[in-house]
Design a protein around this ligand. Structure first.
Ligand SMILES: [Mg+2]
Length: 122
C-alpha cells in the first residue's frame, strides 16, 4: 500500500485532500508546514508520494522540495505533486527543477488529484 504525505498549513485543505484520496485506500500522514514535512519524510522511508502546498510558515513548499532533492530523496523515488494557489512560471520551474512531477491549482477537482496520485503511487 502506498503511503502519502499531505503537507499543508490549512487543516481544511488537508481534510479536503484526505477526502479526495479516500477511494485510493492509501496510508495517509499529514504535516502542518514545510519543516514538519521535512522532519516526517526524513524519518519515514516508506512515504512514496507528497502532496505539497507552497505558502506555509517556517518552510515553504518550494524550499521543502529543494531540500528533499538535495538529500537525494527525489532520486530515491519520492514523487511530489504541488497543490497550490500559485501559478507563477518561475515557481513552477523551481519546483520542476527540484523534481516535482505534478502541479494542481486550488481549488482542485477531487478526481483530478486522486488520478494524479494514483498514477504516481503505481
Ligand atoms: Mg498554505
Amino acid at each position: 500500500m502506498s503511503k502519502i504525505i499531505i503537507v499543508d498549513d490549512s487543516v481544511t485543505m488537508r481534510q479536503q485532500v484526505k477526502r479526495a484520496l479516500e477511494p485510493g485506500q492509501f496510508e495517509i500522514v499529514e504535516a502542518v508546514d514545510g519543516q514538519d514535512g521535512l522532519d516526517k519524510v526524513k524519518a519515514d522511508k516508506d512515504i512514496d508520494v507528497m502532496i505539497l502546498d507552497i505558502n506555509m510558515p517556517r518552510m515553504n513548499g518550494i524550499e521543502l522540495a529543494e531540500a528533499l532533492h538535495a538529500e537525494g530523496r527525489i532520486a530515491a523515488g519520492l514523487k511530489i505533486v504541488m497543490l497550490t494557489t500559485e501559478g507563477h512560471a518561475d515557481l513552477i520551474q523551481r519546483a520542476k527543477t527540484a523534481g516535482a512531477k505534478g502541479w494542481i491549482v486550488k481549488p482542485f477537482k477531487p478526481e483530478m488529484l486522486l488520478a494524479a496520485v494514483q498514477k504516481m503511487a503505481a
